[in-house]
Structure formats: structure tokens, C-alpha cells
Design a protein around this ligand. Structure first.
Ligand SMILES: Nc1ncnc2c1ncn2[C@@H]1O[C@H](COP(=O)(O)OP(=O)(O)OP(=O)(O)O)[C@@H](O)[C@H]1O
Ligand SMILES: [Mg+2]
Length: 403
């Protein structure tokens, strides 16, 4: 990234909007959907969504229908398949019956969504690292990373939570500071953050030490979280009249007695005083960029703010990491955004790209990261790879200072 240069519009030689749309889908001879771009036929998932037994549409236990044997001379107008629900179907015919009777044409393919089972299980063990060994290199000094992008809903919190869990599972000591009044990172880590819980607001406004408000994250050794309650919503205004208002968080982190390998600060979707506090406290900025049309709009403003903070308040600050999120490989638009971002930010962009994956979005509703919710999913695998890259970069090279 070169300071001061204007960011390009997405897809400089951009195809027409129509061309962003996936080509119309076709079907193969058997009526299964085929990917028009690759010509690949989507594999049918056997037994996907197979009910244990057929249910009556009006509820209750209804005995299975008696199979009607067609007279051998009568050719039925429409083929009716009678399914015996008393036991699992066997043989090739039963497989075909199962596929025809139970698999919706819209059923997402395993290939499109998550990796095959054996690989999934292997990855799950690798990701959960049950031995607790240090398998991601620990940095020499604490890396304070501010996860920022003033655009909302680009995956800041999801990225913070999942990278933090991945690094902690692999032997790093990690602190997450939830600096967003929405408290999403606290929710994602299942840390209490209702009104009355000591939170980051107390640290910023009342100078309460961070260690008094940090909570251990249950089930993840080495991971701590400073929660945010709704009180934080007033902090933007209250901070205005506080002494050293931009560096309150930096001081609080510096005064924390425990050693952390990583401190992740989850920023709100704004460039106000809370985000400025995060930028002053951090050495590195991690910018998640959603692979969507407006991805780069507004980034100039963020980069300008980072440059201002570097000039006046925190000379160590640099944009070290860009992570592409919610990548939908079925669209050309995602590809165009990726190319633009890679051309502009070069090697700051992680090789790992986070796909749009339903397991990632489900995990917070269970108070979990996707790493523990579904460690074999593509979402977990991608965040694991991103964490590994970040850890390896941290020990290889001090990142250049030309953000
Ligand atoms: N890779 C993904 N696949 C599917 N859904 C995702 C993915 N990443 C994030 N999401 C979902 O997108 C939504 C926004 O994500 P998230 O809250 O992490 O963004 P954010 O930048 O922190 O938002 P805000 O600006 O409001 O703080 C959430 O519902 C989240 O579950
Ligand atoms: Mg958020």
C-alpha cells in the first residue's frame, strides 16, 4: 500500500454489471444442476436430509403406505416410487431411489460448502490441537493488532474472534479487547457483557486497570476478553473532555501486568474516538475487506486516518494485514475485488481468503467461534490458515513501514 495514493474503483477495467452475475445454470442429461462456467456436474449428496421415516403431513404416527405393485403390462403415466421406511435402503437401486426421493435439486453440494468428511475430521483435530502444544510461533514481543474498517458488517468481529481463538488454541496467549458498544466480540466469545459488568468503558473513562475487567474465555485456554457493555455507547462523547483522550486504551494495555503474545482490538464501524484509541494503542492494523462491490469505498478515509494517527500520535502504527472476507467463489465480482485489493495492497494481503460460509455466521448464536463450533468447516479452516500466516509473518520479518 502506498500512502496517499487513491484507491482504484473495484475492477478498473470493470465488466458490465451483468457480467458479475453467475452465468445461467444448466442441467446435465439427468436433470442435475451443472456449473455453467466449469461444466462440472454437481455431485448428489446421498442421504442428505434423509428423514428417519416418512412423517404424516398432519402429524402423528401413520403407518407406512403399502407399496402398490403395478401390473407388469401397465405402463404408469408417471413413475411412483414406493419407499420402504422400515429399514435403510440397500443396493444401487435403493441409492437411486434415495437420491431421487430425498435429495432436493437445491441441496448444496458438499464440494461447494464444506470439505469431505475424512478431510473435515482431520482438519478438525489439527485446528482444535487437543495436545495444547505451541504449533503457531509466538512473537518475541506483544503484537497489538487493531481490527478496523469503518464500513459496517465486513467481518471485523468475526475475524477478531476467530483469529484470537485459533492463536490461543495453538499455544499463544491472547487478549481480545471489545471496543464496540454492540458487544459482538463479547457475545461471540460467550463472555458476560450485560449492564453492570465491569467493561472497557470503566478502563477508558474511570481508569480501572484492564486486568480487573478482563475475563477468561471459557473452554479456550490462554484466551481473555475485555468485554464491552452498552455503557460504551456514551464513551465517544464522554472521552471528549477526558485528559489524554486518544491514548487511554494505549496506557491501559501498556499497564497490563500479564504478558500477551497478541492483543486484538475489535473496533466499531466508525472513525470516532474509540477507533482512534485503538489506533493509538496498536502497532498493526488488520483491515478485513468484504469481497463485495463497495469494498474499497471509504478505505481511503481509513488510510488517511491511520496516516494522521501515525504522524501525530503513534509513529509505530502500520497497516500490516489485509484479510479478504465473505468471498463467494461463485461470483466474478469476488474475483474482481480480490484482484483489485491484491494489486493495491500487495503482500499485505493474506493468501488465506475467508469464504462466505454458513457455519461462520451460525457460530455466534451458540456463543462460539467457528473454530470450536465446526472445526472441520471451510470457514474454520480458512481462519486457521489466516492465523497461521499472521503468526509466521510475525516471527519472520518486521513488517515494512509504508502503509
Ligand atoms: N465468512 C463469513 N461467512 C458468512 N457470514 C459471515 C462471514 N463473516 C461474517 N459473517 C456474518 O456477517 C455479519 C457481519 O459480520 P461481523 O459482525 O463480523 O462484521 P463487523 O464488521 O464486525 O460488523 P460491525 O461493523 O457491525 O461491527 C455477521 O452476521 C456474521 O456472522
Ligand atoms: Mg463488529
Amino acid at each position: 500500500m502506498v500512502a496517499g495514493t487513491a484507491l482504484p474503483a473495484v475492477g478498473a477495467a470493470r465488466p458490465s454489471p451483468e457480467s458479475y452475475l453467475p452465468p445461467p445454470s444448466t442441467t446435465d442429461g439427468a436433470g442435475r444442476p451443472a456449473n455453467a462456467a466449469t461444466g462440472r456436474v454437481a455431485p448428489v449428496r446421498r442421504n442428505a436430509g434423509l428423514p428417519a421415516r416418512l412423517e404424516s403431513p398432519i402429524g402423528g404416527n401413520v403407518p407406512p403406505p403399502v407399496p402398490q405393485q403395478p401390473h407388469p403390462d401397465v405402463v404408469p403415466e408417471q413413475m411412483h416410487v414406493a419407499v420402504d421406511t422400515s429399514g435403510p435402503p440397500t443396493g444401487a437401486v435403493a441409492d437411486a431411489v434415495t437420491a431421487a426421493a430425498y435429495v432436493s435439486r437445491e441441496t448444496p453440494t458438499r464440494e461447494e460448502d464444506d470439505p469431505p468428511l475424512a478431510m473435515e475430521a482431520m482438519r478438525a483435530v489439527q485446528i482444535l490441537n487437543p495436545s495444547g502444544e505451541v504449533t503457531m510461533p509466538r512473537p518475541e514481543r506483544t503484537r497489538v493488532m487493531c481490527v478496523a474498517n469503518q464500513k459496517g458488517g465486513v467481518g471485523k468481529t468475526t475475524t477478531t474472534v476467530n483469529l484470537a481463538v485459533a492463536l490461543a488454541l495453538h499455544g499463544n496467549r491472547v487478549l481480545v479487547v471489545d471496543l464496540d458498544p454492540q458487544g459482538n466480540a463479547s457475545t461471540g466469545l460467550n463472555v458476560p457483557h450485560h449492564t453492570g459488568v465491569p467493561d472497557v468503558y470503566d478502563c477508558l473513562i474511570n481508569s480501572v486497570p484492564l486486568e480487573e475487567v478482563a475475563q477468561e474465555v471459557e473452554g479456550i485456554p490462554n484466551l481473555y476478553c475485555v468485554p464491552a457493555t452498552i455503557d460504551l455507547a456514551g464513551a465517544e462523547i464522554e472521552l471528549v473532555s477526558v485528559v489524554a483522550r486518544e491514548s487511554r486504551l494505549a496506557r491501559a494495555i501498556a499497564a497490563y501486568p500479564g504478558h500477551f503474545d497478541y492483543v486484538f482490538i475489535d473496533c466499531p464501524p466508525s472513525l470516532g474516538l474509540l477507533t482512534v484509541n485503538a489506533l493509538v494503542a496498536a502497532q498493526e492494523v488488520l483491515i478485513p475487506i468484504q469481497c463485495e462491490y463497495y469494498a474499497l469505498e471509504g478505505l481511503n478515509q481509513l488510510i488517511n486516518n491511520i496516516n494522521l494517527v501515525r504522524q501525530h500520535l503513534n509513529p509505530k502504527l502500520e497497516v500490516s494485514t489485509i484479510l479478504l472476507t465473505m468471498y463467494d467463489r461463485r461470483t466474478r465480482l469476488a474475483d474482481a475485488v480480490e484482484q483489485d485489493v491484491r494489486n493495491h495492497f500487495g503482500d499485505k494481503v493474506l493468501q488465506a481468503v475467508i469464504p462466505r460460509n454458513v457455519r461462520v455466521s451460525e457460530a455466534p448464536s451458540y456463543g462460539q467461534s467457528v473454530m470450536t463450533y465446526d472445526p472441520g468447516s471451510r470457514g474454520a479452516t480458512s481462519y486457521f490458515e489466516a492465523a497461521q500466516e499472521i503468526a509466521e509473518r510475525g516471527v519472520k520479518e518486521p513488517v515494512s513501514r509504508n502503509a
